[in-house]
Design a protein around this ligand. Sequence first.
Ligand SMILES: [Fe+2]
Length: 319
Amino acid sequence: MNSDTTSRRNLLKAAGMAGIASLLPGLALADGRKGRPNRKRVLRFAHFTDCHVNRYGADAHWLAKALEQVNDLKDRPAMILFGGDMIFEGNSVDAQAMRDQWSEFRGVLKNSNAVPVQYCLGNHDIWGWSNRAVSPNEPLYGKRWALDTLQMENANYSFDRAGWHFVVLDSVSRFRMGYIGKLGPEQLEWLGQDLGTHREKPTLVMSHIPLLSACSAFFGPSERPFGWSVPGALMHMDSRHIKDMFNQNKQVKVAISGHIHLVERVDYNGVSYLCDGAVCGNWWRGPFQETPPGYALIDLYDDGTWHRDYNKYGWQPAA
Ligand SMILES: [Fe+2]
C-alpha cells in the first residue's frame, strides 16, 4: 500500500509490455516516484513516532513490544528513525518527572532494541517552556535535556545512508509559552545549503511536525464560521518557503513526520509528504480517530522511489 510502484506496475501490466514505459508521457519517470522495473531496495528502516512514554503505566511495556516485533522481523530494518515525542510530556513538568520519563524511555531502548537509531525532537521532548516554575537558567532547560540524553550534537542534522541523503529537521520553535512548527532563519539557511550540496542523492526529510498535511485539519476542531483554521502548532508555518526549496532541489523525494497521530500521504510537486500514526495511538487509549497505535516500515530504492507500510504491533487495553 501507499506506494506509487503499485500503480506503475498495473499500468505496465495494462499496457502489456514494459517497453512502452519510454513512450508514456513524462509522468512516470519525470519525478522518479514511479520506480524502475529493475529497481533495487537499498534500505529498510522503521519510523517510530510519538511514543509518548510516561513514567508509569503500561507505556514502556508496549513500546518494548513494538521494538521487539521490529527486531524479530526476518526482514529486519537497518535503522529506526524516532520521529519525536519520545516522552509523554516535558514542557509542563518538574525535573524529577523529566528524569523519570527519559529513564523509562532509555530503559526500553536498552533492553528491547538492537537496531541503530536516529532521533528527531518533538514538542513534548522539551523541558520547561510552559512551566514558569522552571528557570530558563537551568542547564538542561528547553531542548538541552533531550539533546544530552539522546547524545545529539544538534537538533537538526543530516547524514548519508545506502545512497540516500537524510535530513532531520528541528520543527519546534518557541512561541510565547508554547510552540509553532517553524525552522527559523538559521535552520532554513542550513537546509538550503545542505540540500544544495547533496543534489546527487535521493533525499528523505524527517520532521516532527508535518511540513505539508491535510490531516492536521482533522486533529482537533478546526472548523470556524469563516472556514478552516489550522494552528501553526499542527503544520509548519514556513511550509511555503520549504516547498520552494524542495522545488529547487528535485532530489527531495519524501518528507516524513508524526505529531498528528494520523496516517496520511499528501503528494505535492514531486514530493510525498507522509505523516505516520503514533506508537501510542490515542496517548495510550487506543486508536486515534481512524489510526491504530503502530509504526511505519519504509523501503527505499536505488532509483529514488520508496514504499511505506503502516503496521500495528498488537496494543491491547489493560484487562
Ligand atoms: Fe505527539
